[in-house]
Write a new protein. Structure first.
Lengths: 196, 205
């Protein structure tokens, strides 16, 4: 039974879950999407523990509302929409809970990120690549969420423009425009890295 | 269209490449186990509760504002009922019934006129003057100040020393309105004073 279910597409699996309440179909879908969803949410929210919780909530919501899924849409579109909405809610909650530290600046969105002196870092703990990745992630968190989401879906999760447009219920032109704006903001923040 | 995409992608080539090469974060090994435990224990109610609390913080201040406005409205309305009526600001109502001369101590004689439109006034020097009073002063129900009436043409000087006394005065307030006295000695004294003033004026002429 497991082999047979593993060969089914996402849409067939969810239909099996809706019609026969087959828990194995649900488990297969969770296995297929958990990693990519966690990666997407982590890049969007910036916190590992929060991203685990958000994806858990996404899967639970998927389980509870499985009957609301309509077969004319792709399953990946549907589940990414749930995950994105929960991630945005978490961001809003974080914003309200933020603790202001003395000396922190709130107008540093346009400020380019300083490339840390690699000599000050312990070589056995950090590599160049790791430092660079950290800087890129910080830059991602500085751009507007509406652009950040688009850039992550296109450049990290590698969705097509059409899939993103269907997911967000936007025109392809709007999707492309937002992606380009997000990339421009990112490049501006990372200009110190790309100077080298 | 494709060439446009390629152009924009070329502009951000290095950035796109770095984003693609970011390390992928994987789910922890116990992710599915924890998930199934939550579903079996019915812990998914938390997901629904979280959603409700997002709206709660918006509704509570708005409803508090509305409630406080309603309470203030009722408080203000209630305090307005305690307003004390200022009788001084009111024009006194004059009765349209006939005024009669009342016998007073010190006044020498009295006479009642049969004609309801005229009035008889007794003064200390024994001169009895019967004069017709303007009907609108008495017949209309509006309040009228004595000063205004005296200052009208044809009425000046006539009413000095005269007191219109109602048969049953109903208020005793001072001010610029007609103030019926109960003290008849006082009336006589005032009359005498007015008479002496008039006499001195006539002599000067």
């Amino acid at each position: 039974m497991n082999l047979k279910l593993n060969n089914l597409t996402d849409e067939e699996l969810i239909k099996e879950l809706q019609d026969n309440n087959t828990l194995e179909a649900y488990e297969i879908l969770v296995k297929r999407y958990k990693d990519s969803l966690i990666n997407f949410v982590y890049r969007f929210v910036g916190d590992k523990d929060s991203s685990y919780d958000i994806v858990q909530d996404t899967m639970i919501k998927f389980y509870l509302n499985k009957d609301s899924y309509k077969s004319f849409a792709k399953f990946s579109t549907w589940i990414y929409t749930i995950a994105a909405n929960l991630a945005k809610n978490e961001l809003k909650r974080k914003k309200r809970r933020v603790i202001y530290s003395i000396g922190s600046s709130f107008n540093d969105e346009d400020k380019p990120i300083e490339y840390e002196d690699k000599n000050s870092m312990m070589p056995d703990k950090f590599t160049d690549t790791e430092i660079k990745n950290k800087i890129i992630q910080n830059a991602l968190l500085k751009i507007k969420p509406v652009y950040r989401e688009m850039v992550i879906l296109r450049d990290i999760q590698e969705f097509s423009y059409e899939e993103i447009a269907e997911m967000k219920d936007l025109s392809i032109g709007t999707v492309k425009s937002r992606i380009n704006r997000g990339r421009s903001q990112l490049q501006k923040l990372l200009k110190n890295i790309y100077k080298e | 269209m494709k060439s446009n995409n390629q152009n924009t992608d070329a502009q951000f080539e290095k950035l796109i490449s770095d984003l693609k090469n970011l390390p992928k974060l994987d789910a922890p090994s116990n992710f599915e186990y924890n998930l199934m435990i939550k579903i079996q224990n019915g812990e998914f109610e938390k997901v629904i509760e979280k959603k409700e609390s997002v709206w709660l913080w918006r509704i509570i201040p708005a409803s508090a504002l509305v409630l406080s406005t309603i309470v203030l409205f009722f408080i203000i309305q209630d305090s307005s009922n305690n307003y004390i009526h200022n009788y001084l600001a009111e024009q006194p109502q004059l009765y349209t019934e006939n005024y009669k001369v009342v016998d007073t101590i010190g006044v020498k004689s009295k006479k009642m006129s049969n004609n309801s439109d005229t009035y008889q006034i007794v003064v200390n020097n024994d001169a009895i003057v019967e004069e017709k009073i303007k009907p609108d002063f008495l017949t209309n129900n509006k309040g009228m100040s004595l000063d205004n009436y005296i200052s009208e043409s044809g009425n000046s000087g006539k009413k000095q020393g005269q007191v219109l006394v109602k048969s049953q005065p109903d208020f005793q307030e001072d001010g610029f309105y007609i103030n019926p006295y109960d003290d008849f000695e006082e009336i006589a004294r005032l009359k005498a004073r007015n008479d002496s003033i008039n006499h001195s004026k006539i002599r000067k002429k």
